[in-house]
Write a protein of this length. Structure first.
Length: 255
């Protein structure tokens, strides 16, 4: 801890804690958004590589909370139901993670921000996608897209949310399923970025340090989630996507 304070400074660590709590609150409310908010917030004063390393363990811990909130049995059922998404997305994530250190920071931010904003914008303007029943082909395609983006950026929420929304998934189930998908993805991301060199002895303590504020924020957000209805939940989801996406595009274009 003393070494981290010496390397970062107390103000930077305090800012990181605040970003972790805020990201956790949003995740607790809408079921996703932590990686996007952490990568966006932390990269304001850290390199994208350090920001990516910082989000890995908080994301893993909070997704475990989210996935198991309704019990182990419900979580296992979600794994079985979305097994194609998880398998294809996992393979794509591990492969794409190996290229993260070869990307320019501005390109990295644009690759995350553009698809986020496009999805949210279409939803806000009434362009919706509806699937009458699950399709393994579409599920595999969305899983591959989410995994590829996730391996590069640590952010795989937008394609996942789009697919679950198109299926008309109920609020509580959607949050649980997101926790399962993102939790397993976060575990793979951890191992993938040990291989890529992003998560190493130098960056590991910072990622562990952010676990507690992220979990505290998620707990608080979950209390708020229980008090809102489906329509409010959807609006909050789109709002989070839009703000984060536009901010990442702004930073990617302005450098």
């Amino acid at each position: 801890m003393n070494e981290m304070i010496a390397n970062f400074g107390p103000l930077l660590l305090l800012a990181s804690v605040g970003i972790g709590i805020f990201a956790g609150v949003i995740k607790g409310i809408v079921g996703f958004g932590m990686p996007m908010l952490l990568i966006s917030g932390l990269s304001m004063f850290l390199s994208p590589e350090w920001a990516l390393a910082g989000l890995i363990f908080p994301t893993l811990a909070t997704n475990g909370m989210q996935a198991l909130r309704q019990g182990h049995r419900a979580a296992v059922q979600s794994v079985i139901r979305f097994r194609v998404f998880l398998l294809v997305g996992g393979v794509a994530l591990v492969i794409s993670a190996q290229f993260v250190r070869f990307l320019e920071p501005d390109t990295f931010l644009l690759l995350v921000g553009i698809p986020i904003t496009a999805f949210a914008g279409m939803q806000l303007f009434g362009v919706t996608f509806h699937l009458s029943k699950p399709s393994q082909r579409i599920e595999a395609l969305v899983g591959a897209t989410a995994g590829t983006i996730g391996g590069i950026s640590g952010v795989w929420g937008p394609p996942t949310v789009a697919y679950l929304t198109a299926l008309g998934t109920e609020k509580a189930e959607q949050v649980r399923v997101q926790g399962v998908i993102y939790g397993l993805g976060a575990a793979l991301l951890c191992f993938a970025h040990i291989g890529s060199g992003v998560l190493r002895w130098e960056t590991l303590p910072f990622s562990i340090f952010l676990i507690l504020p992220a979990m505290a924020g998620t707990w608080l957000g979950a209390r708020i989630h229980d008090r809102i209805d489906q329509a409010t939940f959807r609006k909050a989801t789109l709002f989070v996507l839009t703000i984060v996406g536009l901010n990442l595009i702004r930073r990617g274009l302005m450098g």
